[in-house]
Design a protein around this ligand. Structure first.
Ligand code: KG4
Ligand code: ZN
Length: 332
């Protein structure tokens, strides 16, 4: 295995940490030549969530088609690649293994270097895709908020990344997924709750905000429990169903509570560390209420970025290539 990789211009990345089978070819860390995502959502809708064994089997079945499509769409032959990478962690172990083994095998066959990449670093660098990183001003405070993680980082440069806080229990996306299930809405919960919330009214229900020792940590299990208690109260413990309006009002007030909590921590960190920019990433960064709330609350001169395309918010392989490039090219 080659250990020193200089300027890997053309990277093939594979991402299989959860229920998306993804491959992408990215040039110079920002130019997305292809970004193929085969979602298993339909498979997991039946169970209302991801079953690890089913996810892993599905990955291995479709991965060869997915990476070939990524190369074809990019108009790149495997021989032309400078580097092959895959998501190493965190995620479902059996699913991760499928991506890593495929990427390693490809690297071996084509005599290319291989690197493991951290999934959450991938989310951080999703904000580099289709952008010019030379325009970025540091320090940057980045909030990565997904189904599996909820972290706040201080970036003094692309290679100086400090964790400021993380969730003590559920991640915000997980709370969206669980609340959706309680409300009888479809998986994945984030988009379903957001859709239901469109018809909801503000200030109908009040949910608590957690008090934590580290102000930059997060907790969403208390909020989830208070939604459950409210549903039990409104349905008289299952004697009757929630009305459409009640579902929408719960969704709206839950979504706003999450948005306020995330925004407060993001802006507090930005102020404390003198951030020039704030970045939002991960599946929940697709949420428009959250984006709007941050925009409303942030100081005018603070630059706010979220991924350039919706497909860069949820799990994708282009962000894994972007993280690999940032790690290996320490020039800016
Ligand atoms: O980053 P991601 O694809 O996977 C993980 O790394 O976990 O994030 C998936 C999460 C799910 O919990 C999903 O419900 C949430 O992101 N999500 C959203 C929205 N779209 C996806 N949450 C709120 N609003 C959305 N529009
Ligand atoms: Zn993710």
């Amino acid at each position: 295995m080659i250990n020193t990789i200089k300027s890997p211009k053309l990277i093939l990345a594979i991402e299989t940490s959860c229920d998306e089978t993804a491959a992408a070819v990215v040039k110079n860390g920002t130019e997305v030549l292809s970004n193929v995502i085969a979602s298993q959502i339909e498979k997991h809708k039946l169970t209302g969530g991801v079953v690890p064994e089913i996810a892993a089997r599905e990955h291995i079945k479709i991965l060869p088609f997915v990476y070939k499509e990524a190369l074809e769409k990019a108009g790149v032959r495997a021989e032309e690649l400078d580097l092959i990478v895959a998501t190493e962690k965190p995620g479902l172990l059996s699913s991760l293994m499928m991506g890593i083994q495929t990427a390693r095998t490809l690297a071996y066959i084509h005599n290319k270097p291989y690197r493991d990449i951290d999934h959450i670093e991938g989310h951080i660098f999703s904000n580099w895709l289709k952008r010019n990183p030379e325009e970025f001003s540091y320090p940057i405070v980045t909030l990565t908020v997904s189904g599996g993680h909820n972290n706040l980082y201080l970036l003094k440069s692309p290679t100086d990344i400090q964790l400021l806080g993380e969730t003590q229990d559920d991640a915000a996306g997980e709370a969206f997924d669980k609340v959706a299930k309680m409300l009888g809405l479809a998986y994945p919960g984030g988009p379903s709750v957001a859709k239901a919330a469109l018809n909801g009214k503000e200030n109908v229900y009040k949910f608590p905000q957690p008090k934590l020792k580290n102000v930059f940590d997060f907790s969403f299990s208390g909020l989830k429990t208070s939604v459950l208690y409210l549903i039990q109260k409104l349905t008289k413990h299952g004697e009757k169903n929630l009305s459409e309006q009640e579902i929408s009002d719960i969704a709206k007030n839950f979504e706003l509570t999450v948005a306020k909590n995330l925004t407060e921590k993001l802006l507090k960190a930005a102020q404390q560390f003198g951030a020039q920019e704030i970045h939002l990433a991960g599946g929940v960064s697709a949420n428009l209420t959250l984006r709007n709330y941050i925009n409303e609350q942030k100081p005018e001169n603070l630059k706010f970025r979220y991924p350039e395309e919706f497909s860069f918010c949820t799990d994708n392989a282009a962000m894994i290539a972007a993280a690999a490039y940032a790690k290996l090219n320490r020039c800016h």
